[in-house]
Design a protein around this ligand. Sequence first.
Ligand SMILES: [Zn+2]
Length: 330
Amino acid sequence: MIEDIFPNLSKVEIPLPKNPLKSLNSYVIKDSERNLIIDTGWDQKECMDAMQAGLRELGVDLKKTDFFITHLHADHLGLLSRLVTETSTIYFNQLEAERIRSLGRWNDFVDFARMNGFPEDELQAALHSHPGFKYGLKGDLAFHIVKEGDRIKIGDYLFECVGTPGHTRGHHCLYEPKKKILAAGDHILGDITPTVQLWSDDWDPLKEYLNSLEKVYKLDIELVLPGHRGIIRNCKERIRELKEHHKHRLEEIVSILRKGSQNAFEVASQMSWDVLYEVWGLFPLSQKWFATGEAIAHLKYLEEKGRIKRKIEGQKIVFSLKKDHATHSS
Ligand SMILES: [Zn+2]
């Protein structure tokens, strides 16, 4: 399905079968010399079929096409290895270009999930149902590394790379200041909330995410082209809503921890989730996985802010409120 957004800038909807995200928005910018595709979809036949049909309808020749990838999640770059040609330039950030090549990363996630209370008997199944594991990028591609402020010119469009860490560590958006467009990847979504998850203990993704929202708030933007669902016209209002959402989330977790110390998996099971399943026990494993990662990110933020503390009990990380936060919410 194609939607023309601006002259020579179209959205191709790439289905993500059996996934609550439903589809990925791939943006195609056409020019007589080189075209640019922003984000691609999974490495899956349904995605490839939709992409090929879209490109055919738009008259885009892959031999004259480059790619910009907002971040390393499989729904944004998995399909890339099937689309690139000998002439393709793939714009991508340094951190995640390295991350993608590190072989042990899935094992690290499993170890981290285990420490955070994810049940042992469900760990391997959760990993194998993870879309990133199933539909991620295959093979080793050469990336053209972009950093903050780098410019990419396609026809009438002059995009600037804007680093927006949080949803992932190396996430970058593309900003067109003259046309006031932001290709936002998963930094800002309209109908759903971008997930902020933590799967290693060496950063504070929610803190970075909130900082990145502040950074984008200052840009002059009339149209946000998000990685999923509909286009957003009121960027500032959406940013305020997203900040409010995380504030509520943090308070929810503090009230859950008032019942006593718990691991992240236990906290996740008591948080409110906007999903079809009424009770935690019915959540598919992949959803439990994402929920746990989201809980860990918020716990980390509260810990860094000095509101909660951790201890290790039987090789698991357990969180509790700090004394002066246990009786009142501040
Ligand atoms: Zn993502």
